[in-house]
Design a protein around this ligand. Structure first.
Ligand code: SF4
Length: 393
């Protein structure tokens, strides 16, 4: 988001008009490609690995993205576990060659400490005009993380992976930490936050564990109560508000502050707290090439394989238009981070509040600078979004 945001601002009104007035509309600026459902972790918050499909090949992504062109601003490559795919570097290259997004964001469970850094370095070198964001998923500290992930030594492996990524000397790489807040960790959130941010991530982001059809978690009771989640978010907000952020990090935190407030409201109210632009400005492509507005609805507007890999044909088709009518009528609601950041940018009210957050953070930084001189930048550089977008990697 922060990278080249100036190029994004002129196109935002056309998405606003598309949703609120109608017409043919542009192609999405925010794509999530779910690369596979397979995963080597067995997280208590996700059963997506149970789904079996014939996944898209590199060539199928190439044919699809050739019809999209250079409209998208950011891509999220999710799963399952994206780094299980041996061709992940090739897929990133195709995304870059065809679309030149400013941001390519990939969640990772961190269980391949010997190979991930090399692949990420190759991605970053191949995509010099994009910011590569790798968010390592850490939900707890030490063996408690292994218990949530139901994977032996997961915390230790993820810590090694995180450190190897941080050691890379690559200018267009952001290494973050991502925490899924669920009923398994919500009451320990302050300690988790302190422990994980002490590791020195470029950004720290959270998302609530939700029961989703895509993740096969309906009826599992993984979502914390509103009270529990509210306490965790209030703590997070207090930490972010009181930190000193400079430059780009201050912009990104301004958006995150707004997202966390809206996510808390969305969980409580179960209604769209800002107009949702999934299906208008953002979309997801499932591992077998179905075009969805988002991973929460997981509702197909058409199969790319059955439509000659012609994304615009599906995007402008009748099924997508029917889905859009439902979203426009606010027949769904959720706190999905991936869609929410697009929504904040396209909501004049939310955008104004993000601007106000920026002003307040500027005052905090100014006061701190006065108190102790120039200091190091706080946590939070890079993309304000960075949510997993789909499965819990
Ligand atoms: S509100 Fe949530 S479920 Fe509905 S379209 Fe937006 S992202 Fe999808």
């Amino acid at each position: 988001m922060s990278k080249g945001i100036g190029s994004l601002l002129p196109v935002l009104p056309s998405y606003w008009a598309f949703r609120n007035i109608g017409g043919r509309g542009k192609l999405p600026l925010n794509f999530t490609l779910s690369l596979l459902y397979a995963c080597n972790s067995r997280c208590k918050t996700c059963n997506v690995y149970e789904r079996k499909v014939r996944i898209f090949s590199v060539e199928e992504y190439d044919r699809t993205l050739a019809t999209v062109g250079r409209v998208p601003y950011w891509f999220t490559l999710s799963g399952g576990e994206p780094f299980i795919r041996k061709d992940i570097v090739e897929i990133v290259k195709v995304v870059y060659e065809r679309c030149r997004p400013k941001i390519i964001n990939i969640p990772h469970n961190g269980t391949f400490p010997d190979t991930t850094a090399g692949k990420v370095e190759a991605m970053a070198m191949a995509c010099p005009e994009s910011e590569i964001i790798i968010n390592v998923s850490l939900d707890e500290l030490g063996h408690k993380h292994d218990e949530i992930r139901q994977t032996k030594d997961n915390f230790e492996l993820a810590t090694r992976t995180f450190n190897s990524l941080k050691a890379l000397d690559v200018p267009n790489l952001t290494v973050g930490i991502h925490t899924v807040i669920s009923k398994f960790n919500v009451d320990n959130f302050p300690a988790i936050y302190r422990g994980l941010t002490a590791m020195g991530p470029d950004s720290y982001i959270t998302e609530i564990a939700e029961e989703r059809d895509e993740l096969q978690t309906l009826g599992t009771g993984i979502t914390p109560t509103l009270d529990q989640y509210g306490r965790a978010i209030d703590f997070l907000l207090s930490q972010v508000r009181n930190k000193k952020f400079e430059g780009v990090a201050r912009i990104t935190q301004s958006f995150r502050l707004e997202y966390y407030k809206l996510a808390k409201q969305a969980v409580g109210l179960r209604q769209q707290t800002t107009s949702c632009y999934a299906g208008f400005a953002s979309c997801q492509i499932s591992p077998d090439g179905e075009v969805w507005p988002c991973c929460i609805r997981g509702e197909s507007a058409g199969s790319l394989r059955e439509n000659g890999y012609d994304f615009p044909a599906i995007w402008h088709g009748e099924r997508m238009e029917a889905i859009r009518r439902s979203i426009r009528n606010r027949e769904c609601a959720c706190p999905l981070a991936n869609a929410s950041y697009t929504n904040i940018m396209l909501s004049p009210v939310a955008l104004a509040k993000a601007g106000l957050n920026y002003a307040k953070l500027s005052v905090t930084a100014m006061l701190e600078r006065g108190a102790d001189g120039e200091g190091a930048e706080g946590i939070g550089g890079g993309d304000p979004r960075g949510g997993s977008g789909a499965a819990r990697s």
